[in-house]
Ligand binder design. Structure first.
Ligand code: ADP
Ligand code: MG
Length: 697
C-alpha cells in the first residue's frame, strides 16, 4: 500500500482530479459553480461528466448513482451502468452531462409525509457540485439533493444547503458593517465526533433484538459494567485496532479527514472524530463514515452498533456536533480576536448564537429527537433534555460586566463598553470544557452534544444555521444605517445578554437541581419525542423557516408527520420483537429449565428420600412465578398494541406509544431480566450482556 498522502482522496473526483483532467476553461467554470453555487451550463456538464466517467472507469467503476439522503436519516442509491450498446453488439462506456446533473429515481417508497401523491411519485435528484463525486464499491457516487416535481425538499441535503445560504447571506451583511467588504461568502463548518459500539458478529446473530431494532430489549446487568472507567482511553484491543486501521484507510481513500480514535466510557464503545469541514461536506462524510464503519466491522467479524442506547445501564452513544462560522478568507468568526475591534465583532456573533439557542430551544431539541435518543437524553451520561449553553467563566464575566456596565478586570477597573478602545483581548481557550452542557463554547466553536449517534447531523445544523441567520438578520436590520455604530452595537449586545442570559448555565447539567432551576427560568424541558415534535409547527417556527426560505409550511408539516410516524414504527417494531422473543425463545427456555430442575429433584428424591432439593425446589418456584408474570405481561403488551388502532391521528398514537407501550415494555423486561439471573446459561437463549460487552477480545 502506498503512503497515506499518496492514496488520500484517491477515490474522489476532487479539485486535484478536476484540475488534471478538465480543459482549463471547463475547470474554471466548474470552480465558479462550486464557489458561488451557480448552475452548471449543460455544455460544461457534458465535458465534466465525460472526464468523471473516464476517471471512474480507470479506477474500477462500472456504474454510477445519484447518492442522496432521503428523510429516513440514511443514504440511498440506485445504480446504473455506464454501458451503451454499439451496432456491432459491443458496448462503450458513456455518461452524459444530463445524467450527471439530474436523475429521476423511481423513489416512491421513501417517506414524503404526504408531499408526493403516488401518481406523481417520481421525485428527481439534482447534483450538489459543492460536494465531490466519489467511488464506493465500483460505483461512481454523485452527491445529490432529492426533490419532488413541485420543488419540495424530500431529503436532508436540500434544506441544509438552503440554511447555509441563509446564514451566509446574513453574516455577510454583518461583516460589511465591520468594514469587511472583501468577504463574499460565509459558511458554517462542522466536525462531528461519532460514537459507536463494536460487538462480536456471531453473538449479534443470536440476538433478534439487535438484529431487528439495533438495541438490546432484554439483558440482565453483568457483574462488571463501566464502573471502573478502565475502558475510557484504554489501550485498543488488537481486533479493534485492526478494524480502526482498515476503517481509516477506507475513509482516507474517500477524502474523509478521520483524525482521532479512542475507546469511550462504556465497554465495547469507541469514538472517531474527523477534522472539521464545510457543513454539507461534513454531513455527507458523516453519513459515509457511518456506512463504512458498519461495512468494515463485518469484515472483522464484528457488528458496529450506531444505536443511541444499545445497552441499558451503560452509556449510550452520541455525536458531538462541533460548529462554527467561517469566511471565504478562512477567518473563524467565533474565534476571539487580537484587537478590541475584532472582539466587538466576535461578541456580536457570539450573541447571535446565544439569542438563537434561547429563541429556538424547541427546534434544537426537536432536531435531535428520536425514539432511540429518548433513552439517552436525560439519562446520567448524556446532556439533559433541557437546552442550555456553557460559555466558561471568563466569557461569562465579560458578558456580565457588559450587561451591568461594571468593571471586568477588578485590578484595572476598565469599564466594559463594546467599542474600539476599551474591550480587552480575550484570553484564548480558557474554557474548562464543561462536559455536562448540551451546548458548550469550546474556545472557537460551539459543541452541540445532544445529537444521537444514529442521527444525520443535517437536522441539527439546519436548525442552528437558520436560527443564527435569524439573529444576524435582526442585528443587521437594526445596525444598518445607524449614526453611531459603536453605541448601537454596544446597546444591542447589552440587550441580547439581558434578554437571553437565562439560557446560559455554567454549572453541572446532570444535577437534578438544575432541572428545577431551568424550570424557574422558563426553559423548556421536552423529555420525549412526542413532547417536542408538536412544536415544530408552532407559528414562530414556521415563520422562521419560511422567512429564510429553508422550509415551506407544507415541507414542515410533512416532516412533522414523518417524525411521529418514525417514532411509532420504531417502538412498534421493538414491542413486536419483545413479544416474539418472549413467546418463542424465553418462555420455552425457562419452561425447559424448570422441567430439568424438577426432573433432577424427583430423581434425587427417588434415590435418597432425604436428599436436600432446596436449590431445585426454590428455583422452580421462583421461575414458575416469574414465567407466569412474564406470560401475563407479554399478553398485556399484545392487547395494548391492538388498542392503539383506536388512535385518532399520529400525534395521539405517538402519545400512546410513549405513555402506554413503553412502560409495558419496561415492565416486561424487568421480570424477564430477573428470570435470566437465575436461569442456567446453558438454557438462556441469548448471549448475555457480559458476553456482548466483553466479547471482542
Ligand atoms: P475534543 O472536543 O475531543 O477535545 P477538539 O476540540 O480538538 O477535540 O475537536 C473536536 C472536533 O471539533 C474535531 O472534529 C475538530 O475538527 C472540530 N473543530 C475544530 N475547530 C472547528 C471549527 N472551527 N468548526 C467546526 N469544527 C471544528
Ligand atoms: Mg469534543
Amino acid at each position: 500500500m502506498n503512503s497515506v498522502p499518496e492514496y488520500f482522496g484517491c477515490m474522489v473526483f476532487d479539485d486535484k482530479a478536476m484540475k488534471s483532467r478538465l480543459p482549463k476553461e471547463t475547470y474554471k467554470a466548474m470552480k465558479k459553480t462550486i464557489q458561488d453555487g451557480k448552475r452548471l451550463d449543460i455544455a460544461v456538464a457534458n465535458v465534466v461528466a465525460n472526464a468523471m466517467k473516464d476517471w471512474a472507469v480507470e479506477n474500477g467503476a462500472t456504474h454510477f448513482t445519484h447518492w442522496f439522503q432521503p428523510m429516513t436519516g440514511i443514504t440511498a442509491e440506485k445504480h446504473d451502468s455506464f454501458i451503451s450498446p454499439c451496432k456491432d453488439g459491443s458496448v462503450i462506456m458513456e455518461f452524459s452531462g444530463k445524467e450527471l446533473v439530474r436523475g429521476e429515481p423511481d423513489a416512491s417508497s421513501f417517506p414524503s409525509g404526504g408531499l408526493r401523491a403516488t401518481f406523481e411519485a417520481r421525485g428527481y435528484t439534482a447534483w450538489d457540485p459543492t460536494s465531490y463525486a466519489f467511488i464506493k464499491e465500483g460505483v461512481l457516487c454523485i452527491p445529490t439533493a432529492f426533490c419532488s416535481y413541485g420543488g419540495e425538499a424530500l431529503d436532508m441535503k436540500t434544506p441544509l444547503l438552503r440554511s447555509m445560504e441563509a446564514i451566509g447571506k446574513q453574516a455577510v451583511r454583518i461583516l460589511k458593517l465591520f468594514g469587511q467588504d472583501d468577504v463574499t461568502s460565509v459558511k458554517t463548518t462542522v466536525g462531528p465526533e461519532q460514537e459507536y459500539f463494536l460487538v462480536d458478529k456471531d453473538m449479534y446473530n443470536k440476538r433478534k433484538d439487535l438484529i431487528f431494532t439495533g438495541r438490546t430489549l432484554f439483558g440482565a446487568k453483568p457483574p462488571k459494567g463501566q464502573e471502573l472507567d478502565d475502558h475510557y482511553f484504554g489501550s485498543i484491543k488488537p481486533r479493534v485496532a485492526a478494524f480502526m486501521k482498515d476503517l481509516n484507510e477506507e475513509l482516507w481513500k474517500l477524502g474523509i479527514l478521520a483524525k482521532t480514535e479512542h475507546n469511550e466510557v462504556a465497554p465495547a464503545q469507541h469514538e472517531l472524530a474527523p477534522i472539521f469541514s464545510t457543513t454539507n461536506i461534513a454531513t455527507d462524510h458523516n453519513q459515509l463514515t457511518m456506512e463504512i464503519m458498519q461495512k468494515v466491522a463485518k469484515k472483522h467479524n464484528m457488528i458496529c452498533l450506531l444505536h443511541e442506547k444499545p445497552f441499558a445501564g451503560v452509556n449510550g452513544s452520541g455525536k458531538h456536533n462541533n460548529w462554527s462560522i467561517s469566511t471565504n478568507k478562512g477567518v473563524n468568526l467565533l474565534e476571539p480576536g487580537e484587537t478590541p475591534y475584532d472582539n466587538a465583532q466576535f461578541l456580536l456573533f457570539l450573541c447571535a448564537v446565544i439569542k438563537a439557542v434561547d429563541d429556538y430551544q424547541d427546534l434544537l431539541r426537536i432536531s435531535v429527537a428520536s425514539a432511540g435518543n429518548d433513552h439517552r437524553l436525560g439519562a446520567n451520561e448524556a446532556p439533559p433534555a433541557v437546552v442550555s449553553m456553557f460559555l466558561g467563566d471568563e466569557l461569562n464575566e465579560i458578558l456580565e460586566s457588559i450587561e451591568n456596565e461594571t468593571a471586568y478586570d477588578a485590578k484595572e477597573k476598565v469599564q466594559m463598553k463594546v467599542g474600539v478602545h476599551v474591550l480587552p483581548r480575550f484570553p484564548k481557550d480558557t474554557t474548562d470544557r464543561n462536559r455536562t452542557s448540551p451546548f458548550a463554547f469550546t474556545g472557537n466553536k460551539f459543541e452541540f452534544r445532544m445529537l444521537g449517534s444514529a442521527n444525520s447531523i443535517a437536522g441539527a445544523n439546519i436548525v442552528l444555521n437558520t436560527a443564527v441567520a435569524e439573529s444576524l438578520k435582526s442585528y443587521a436590520d437594526r445596525l444598518e444605517g445607524v449614526d453611531n455604530f459603536e453605541d448601537a452595537l454596544h446597546e444591542l449586545i447589552k440587550k441580547t445578554i439581558k434578554d437571553h442570559k437565562r439560557i446560559i448555565f455554567n454549572g453541572n447539567g446532570y444535577d437534578d437541581e438544575w432541572i428545577k432551576e431551568a424550570e424557574r427560568r422558563g426553559l423548556l424541558n421536552l423529555k420525549t419525542t412526542p413532547d417536542c415534535v408538536a412544536h415544530l409547527l408552532d407559528e414562530k417556527n414556521v415563520k422562521l423557516f419560511e422567512e429564510h426560505k429553508v422550509f415551506t409550511r407544507a415541507e414542515l408539516e410533512a416532516r412533522y408527520e414523518i417524525r411521529l410516524e418514525n417514532y411509532c414504527k420504531t417502538i412498534n417494531i421493538e414491542a413486536l420483537t419483545m413479544i416474539d422473543m418472549v413467546n418463542k425463545d424465553i418462555l420455552p427456555a425457562i419452561s425447559s429449565y424448570v422441567g430439568e430442575l424438577s426432573k433432577t429433584a424427583a430423581t434425587k428424591k427417588s434415590c435418597f428420600a432425604s436428599a436436600d432439593c432446596s436449590y431445585e425446589e426454590k428455583t422452580v418456584t421462583r421461575l414458575s412465578a416469574l414465567s407466569a408474570s412474564i406470560y401475563s405481561k407479554v399478553s398485556d403488551l399484545e392487547s395494548a398494541l391492538i388498542s392503539l388502532k383506536s388512535a385518532a391521528d399520529e400525534a395521539e398514537e405517538a402519545e400512546m406509544f410513549k405513555s402506554v407501550i413503553i412502560p409495558k415494555m419496561q415492565e416486561l423486561r424487568a421480570v424477564t431480566d430477573e428470570a435470566e439471573c437465575i436461569t442456567s446459561a446453558e438454557y438462556w437463549p441469548y448471549p448475555s450482556y457480559g458476553e456482548l460487552l466483553f466479547g471482542v477480545r
